[in-house]
Design a protein around this ligand. Structure first.
Ligand code: FES
Ligand code: FES
Length: 204
């Protein structure tokens, strides 16, 4: 079967997709986007988390055929996604009621990645969440990190002032074998605080 969808704002056509093929397989093996990790392939670890029409999903559990006509954002496009959200004309809660609904399908469909760097993530300026993970020391082996970044960014978009309980709940599907989670919590708190400061600075 043939599947047409957008990844990080770019249209993509996958041919000869077999029925059991996952979105994760298409991203990693057909598109050369290895940011979304394949750890368990059973929906247990969250390392493959991407956004599908704005919602965080485990790409290993999504059949490729299910993404026909839909929009996917991977960690490679996260920085551009966040940048456009900050600009206010994007696939984000900034276009709607972020606290209650997160990204709408319409908003996600209006989002476009910048062509220069969003497909591979190379040379991309880091998003607030990405920088916060570095600054808080929340990355060790890094295998869980892409999924955590996507999930944490979605949380802050939906809930700009998350409590510790909110963070724990939002990241409960993302397993990390290295950090003990404290640094990850620090990173999300830091990202939320920085986003709040930036928003206050722009008067938004
Ligand atoms: S690889 Fe998808 S949840 Fe673990
Ligand atoms: S940093 Fe190694 S699994 Fe999380």
């Amino acid at each position: 079967m043939r599947v047409n969808f957008t990844v990080n704002g770019r249209p993509y056509e996958a041919d000869d997709v077999w029925e059991g093929e996952s979105l994760l397989y298409v991203l990693r093996e057909r598109m050369g986007l290895p940011g979304s990790k394949n750890a368990c392939e059973q929906g247990e670890c969250g390392s493959c988390t991407v956004r599908l029409d704005g919602d965080p999903v485990c790409a290993c559990l999504v059949a490729a055929g299910q993404v026909e006509g839909r929009d996917v954002v991977t960690v490679e496009g996260l920085a551009d996604y966040a940048r456009q959200r900050a600009a206010g004309g994007c696939a984000s809660g900034a276009c709607g009621d972020a606290k209650n609904t997160g990204t709408s399908v319409d908003a996600a469909q209006r989002w476009e990645a910048r062509p220069a760097d969003s497909q591979t993530g190379e040379a991309a300026e880091l998003s607030t969440v990405q920088q916060a993970f570095i600054d808080a020391g929340a990355v060790q082996c890094g295998f869980c990190t892409p999924g955590l970044l996507v999930a944490a960014d979605e949380l802050i978009e939906r809930n700009p002032e998350p409590s510790d309980a909110d963070i724990r709940e939002a990241l409960s599907g993302n397993l990390c074998r290295c950090t003990g989670y404290e640094k990850i919590l620090d990173a999300v708190r830091l990202a939320a605080a920085r986003e709040e400061t930036q928003t206050a600075g722009t008067g938004a």
